[in-house]
Design a protein around this ligand. Structure first.
Ligand code: NAP
Length: 277
């Protein structure tokens, strides 16, 4: 039986077991996926002992994504540029790390958006943390012509823009409303709007009404930002899609089957999120 897990500190919040155990059952695979709390001082040891402990791999979540990057072989150039990983797998005795948030974000957008117009117009990204880094690199590689990054701490946005290259420009956090003019996509990649955090303070007046608004926060599923966007007629993509799509590559690497993100899986995980509220 193949065993995989998700590690974090704490780990109770993770929905990864719900997703992977759904797929294991759906595809009739004899496997197990559990949540394992790993404190920061044990992370290196845990990752080094992963094959010996009988795991085929694991997911890595808060607060370990950046530290794990330093303990593993990372081959994929986008993961290297992001500087953080969320998926670990073993090949020929070596332990590798990869970041699947970038392809997960794009797959979610493609699946959830009614048109591909967002690829030809400027995008506004709020945030410059770990998730925002993955998203900005993913948008650059998807061909978005200009990415306007606003972050409360401007220096983090500047560092990200430098790493991404001339496609990325920095907009001051105080001008986040103004930079929405002419954008085909707005992404909230901050933690604002999440249950227990303040809502994102933003005025959408300058955003074209056909621009896609996406929030990577998924608790609640309809964040105050998405609610405001829906009320003025913008198409929206919620954060659950990214969560589901980022899980696909890991499952395939560990269990050998590329799983599908279906409406039934989405309903299953959404019900679990609702029950936890
Ligand atoms: P992170 O690295 O800690 O970054 C947090 C970001 O939020 C930073 O840009 C930070 O700005 C900003 N922020 C936090 N509090 C703020 C405030 N009061 N005012 C303005 N900005 C604030 O976290 P992360 O890993 O990028 O995750 C960000 C969010 O995305 C979390 O809610 C997480 O659950 C969610 N997420 C979702 C998925 C998915 O699959 N849907 C995947 C990954 C993450 P500063 O730089 O100024 O601190």
């Amino acid at each position: 039986m193949k065993r995989a897990c998700v590690i974090g500190w704490p780990i109770g919040h993770s929905r990864s077991p719900v997703i992977h155990n759904y797929w294991l059952a759906a595809y009739g695979i004899e496997g197990e996926y559990t949540a394992v709390p790993v404190p920061p001082e044990e992370l290196k040891n845990f990752l080094q002992n992963l094959p010996a402990a009988g795991y085929v791999g694991c997911n890595v979540t808060i607060p370990h994504k950046q530290a794990a990057f330093g303990y593993l072989t990372v081959r994929d150039p986008v993961s290297r540029a992001i500087g953080a990983i969320n998926t670990v797998y073993i090949r020929d005795g070596e332990t590798y790390g990869v970041n699947t948030d970038a392809p997960g974000f794009i797959s979610s957008l493609v699946a959830g958006a009614q048109s591909a117009g967002w690829q030809q117009t400027p995008a506004a990204v709020l945030g410059a943390g770990g998730a925002a880094r993955a998203i900005v690199f993913a948008l650059r590689d998807a061909g978005v012509p200009e990415i306007r990054i606003s972050n409360r701490t401007r220096s983090r946005a500047e560092e990200l823009a430098r790493a991404v290259g001339p496609t990325a420009v920095v907009a001051d956090w105080s001008s986040r409303n103004d930079v929405l003019a002419g954008c085909g996509l707005l992404v909230n990649a901050t933690a604002l709007g999440m249950d227990g955090k303040p809502p994102l303070d933003i005025d959408l007046a300058h955003l074209p009404t056909n621009a896609i608004v996406t929030d990577i926060v998924y608790t609640p599923l309809t964040t105050p930002l998405l609610d405001a966007a829906l009320r003025r007629g913008n198409p929206v993509v919620d954060g659950l899609g990214m969560l589901l799509h980022q899980a696909v590559p890991g499952f395939e690497l560990w269990f050998g089957v590329k799983p599908e993100v279906t409406p039934a899986l989405r309903a299953h995980v959404a019900a679990d999120l609702e029950a936890a509220e």
